[in-house]
Design a protein around this ligand. Structure first.
Ligand code: IMP
Ligand code: MG
Length: 178
């Protein structure tokens, strides 16, 4: 896709290599038992499918829909569950799989919601982290890449539902009208 507004920040090759590393590291950190991966829709679904396949262990997956951002680049600050989990978390080792930690509002809210469901443990795997933007304290246990405060798209991340299917993660410089 040739688009003058897009500048590659992290290439597809680098993403794939890092996701494989994360899969090996996470598998080694959970040597036994069930590991339940929760994909936060929609952005994390590309990351989840690659990460799950990079795991050297048995995993189960489930999906949760959360909405924070409006249609463009600015957060509404409001968190809403748009699709809940199918499977109970009681006693499970849970790995939340998220595309990006930005303000931390989404994950902070989600951690509170999921902790009430009595999992054995909860950890977070985030492909990207923008630490400069944090408003709520959130520690992601596994991070693919730390990035500066720039709006990015691709590999699941969108601007007004566009660009999710790019292989690379790109900075969106001058966004088209949503
Ligand atoms: P937070 O609640 O501010 O941490 O926002 C997390 C959500 O905002 C992510 O799951 C993304 O959906 C969205 N988001 C944050 N930064 C970006 C970005 O640079 N590009 C695309 N979506 C983003
Ligand atoms: Mg998201």
């Amino acid at each position: 896709m040739v688009d003058p507004n897009l500048k590659v920040l992290i290439s597809a090759e680098k993403i794939q290599a890092r996701v494989r590393e994360l899969g090996e590291q996470i598998s080694a950190d959970y040597p036994s038992g069930k590991l339940h991966m929760i994909c936060i829709l929609k952005g994390a679904c590309f990351f989840l499918t690659d990460l799950a396949r990079a795991m050297k262990r048995d995993v189960s997956v489930d999906f949760m829909g959360i909405s924070t951002y409006g249609k463009g680049k600015t957060s509404s600050g409001e968190v809403r569950v748009t699709k809940d989990l199918d499977i109970s978390l009681e006693g499970a080792d849970v790995l939340i799989v998220e595309d990006i930690v930005d303000s931390g509002v989404t994950l902070n809210y989600l951690m509170h919601v999921l902790e009430q469901r009595r999992p054995h443990s909860i950890r977070i795997a985030a492909l990207l982290d923008k630490p400069e933007r944090r408003l709520r304290p959130i520690h992601a246990n596994y991070v693919g890449f730390q990035i500066p405060d720039q709006f990015v798209v691709g590999y699941g991340l969108d601007y007004a539902e566009r660009y999710r299917n790019l292989d690379d993660i790109c900075v969106l410089e001058d966004p088209p009208a949503a």
